[in-house]
Design a protein around this ligand. Structure first.
Ligand code: ADP
Length: 257
C-alpha cells in the first residue's frame, strides 16, 4: 500500500481531523512486473538474430567489401553501425528489465575501493591516451572496504567514466574520488565537461532521458541502470553540476560491517 496523510484544520488552525489515503498498488506493481517480463523476453529474443546479423555484416565487410562499389560499401558500413547500436540498446534493455523484475543476483563481497579504481584506470588506459584526457585518482588511506558486487559496481563506475570521456574535450580532466560518510563510502566521478542543466539533474537517471542538444549517441539507459544497481546495494546516486563547469556524479555504497 501507498499512503498519504493530510491534516484538516479549522479557522484557528485547530486540527479537525485527518484524511488518510490508502492506495492499493498491488495491481500497479503487477502491471510493472509484467511490463519488465515482456521487455526481458522481447530483448532476449532479439539478441540472437541481431548477433548473427552483426556477424554476417562483419564478415562481408572483411571479405567482400573490396569487390563492392564505394556506395555499396558505405551502405554496408551504415548497416554495421546500426546493428551494433541496436545490440547495445537490446543489451541495456535486457539488463534494466532484469534488475527491475528483481532478477539480479548480487554476489556481495568485501571490496577495496582502490582495486575498483585501478581496474577502471586500466580499462580506459588506451582511450585516455588517445584522447589526451587525464584520469586522476583521489583516495584517502585506510578507507574501509565496501559491501558490494565488484562486477556490478565496476559496471557503474565504468559507465560514469565512459560518459565523462564522451563529454570532456581533448586535454580535459576526469577525477575519481572516494570518502567515508558514516556507514557509507561515497564514490565520485568528476569531469570538466559541459555540465548538466539544473532541470535535468534528477531526470537523467530516468530511462531514455538525454539532455537536449547534448545527446551522446548512446541509448539513454546507462544512468537508469546505474541507479538500479546502486539502489540494489542500498545506496543512492546523484549529480551535482554547474553548466559550463563540469559535472560530479556521486553514489554511495555501504561499508562492510
Ligand atoms: P547515454 O549516455 O546513453 O545517452 P545515460 O543514461 O548514460 O545515457 O546519460 C543520459 C544523458 O545524461 C546523456 O545523454 C547526457 O545528455 C547526460 N550526461 C550523462 N553524463 C554526462 C556528463 N558526464 N556530462 C554531461 N552530460 C552527461
Amino acid at each position: 500500500y501507498l499512503f498519504s496523510v493530510t491534516p484538516i484544520r479549522g479557522k484557528e488552525r485547530n486540527l479537525l481531523g485527518i484524511v488518510l489515503l490508502l492506495r492499493d498498488v498491488t495491481r500497479l506493481k503487477e502491471v510493472e512486473r509484467l511490463k519488465s517480463e515482456f521487455v526481458m523476453a522481447a530483448s532476449h529474443e532479439l539478441r540472437t538474430p541481431l548477433t548473427s546479423m552483426g556477424m554476417s555484416i562483419d564478415l562481408l565487410l572483411e571479405h567482400a567489401a573490396h569487390g563492392l562499389a564505394e556506395k555499396d560499401r558505405e551502405l554496408l558500413f551504415a548497416a554495421h553501425e546500426e546493428v551494433h547500436r541496436m545490440k547495445a540498446l537490446v543489451n541495456d534493455l535486457l539488463d534494466l528489465s532484469k534488475i527491475e523484475a528483481g532478477r539480479i543476483d548480487l554476489e556481495f563481497e568485501s571490496v577495496p575501493v582502490q582495486i575498483l579504481f585501478e581496474n577502471v584506470q586500466t580499462v580506459f588506459k588506451g582511450q585516455l591516451e588517445k584522447e589526451q584526457v587525464v584520469l586522476k585518482l583521489e583516495l584517502p588511506r585506510d578507507l574501509p572496504h565496501i559491501r558490494a558486487d565488484a562486477n556490478k559496481i565496476t559496471w557503474v563506475l565504468t559507465n560514469l567514466v565512459s560518459n565523462a570521456l564522451r563529454y570532456v574535450d581533448k586535454g580535459g580532466n576526469i577525477q575519481l574520488m572516494a570518502g567515508r560518510m558514516g556507514p557509507y563510502i561515497h564514490l565520485s566521478v568528476q569531469d570538466d565537461g559541459p555540465g548538466i542543466p539544473q532541470e535535468y539533474q534528477t531526470k537523467i537517471f530516468e530511462k531514455f532521458v538525454q539532455v537536449k542538444g547534448q545527446e551522446s549517441g548512446g541509448t539513454g539507459l546507462g544512468l537508469a541502470i546505474c541507479k538500479e544497481i546502486v539502489r540494489a546495494h542500498g545506496g543512492a546516486i546523484w549529480v551535482e553540476s554547474v553548466p559550463g563547469q563540469g559535472s560530479t556524479f556521486t553514489f554511495t555504497v555501504p561499508v562492510v560491517q
